[in-house]
Design a protein around this ligand. Structure first.
Ligand code: HEC
Length: 185
């Protein structure tokens, strides 16, 4: 009888331990970002100064600003500011029409990539974040710099996770290309 009881409590402890393990896995769930250049992991971590939106993205790969801007023009002005103030306009144009870099509106132009994404993964917010944060290998003929402030080789002081997410949501808002806006799903 004693043996049976001991077995039961051992079992109980194992079940509890397993549950604890599952819980801690969930708590550590992360959006595993990889470089568009070489597919290696991008070492971007949540930091104390991150907004709740940035932290949510780093855990879930969902950019909360994308849906917010689609519904709230006032909020979307913050995305426009990130895009304009960080000189994205210099290469992609003030109306995202593409100047010396591909159009981000994807509604036409003279370049091969003015109607489609240079990298198919940029159709997802995770993919586009990776391309802006960690730079690109130049499939269109030019490359994007590394923008994230936690990565070596960053442009100037670099941009925070939150700034990049806002710029992405603004780019999504201005998309005029074909097909479904999968990022709103
Ligand atoms: C010096 C010029 C330059 C600047 C400044 C620049 N970009 Fe780019 N960007 C490029 C080029 C060139 C590409 C194409 C990259 C490639 O082919 O690998 C690109 C690609 C992109 C793409 C992917 C486009 C696609 O069709 O897949 C996004 C998104 C993007 N840039 C966003 C931004 C944002 C946001 C900023 C400002 C923070 C910015 N860019 C600033 C030159 C620039």
């Amino acid at each position: 009888m004693f043996g049976n009881k001991a077995l039961k409590s051992t079992l109980l402890v194992s079940v509890l331990a397993l549950a604890g393990l599952t819980l801690s896995f969930q708590a550590n769930a992360a959006c595993n970002l990889v470089s568009t250049v070489d597919g290696k992991p991008l070492a971007i971590k949540a930091v104390d100064t991150d907004t709740p939106e940035a932290k949510q993205f780093l855990e879930t790969c969902v950019n909360p600003y994308t849906k917010l801007y689609a519904a709230d023009a006032e909020a979307a002005k913050k995305g426009k500011r990130e895009y304009n103030y960080n000189n994205c306009t210099g290469c992609h144009g003030g109306k995202l029409e593409g100047v010396m870099a591909p159009s981000l509106r994807k509604d036409g132009g003279t370049g091969a990539f003015d109607t489609k994404w240079v990298y198919a993964k940029n159709a997802t917010d995770k993919g586009m974040f990776e391309s802006i944060a960690g730079g690109t290998p130049g499939a269109s003929g030019g490359t994007m710099f590394i923008w994230h402030n936690q990565l070596p080789g960053k442009t100037g002081d670099g941009l925070s996770t939150d700034q990049i997410l806002k710029a992405i949501a603004y780019i999504r808002l201005n998309y005029k290309g074909d097909g479904e806006k999968t990022w709103l799903k």
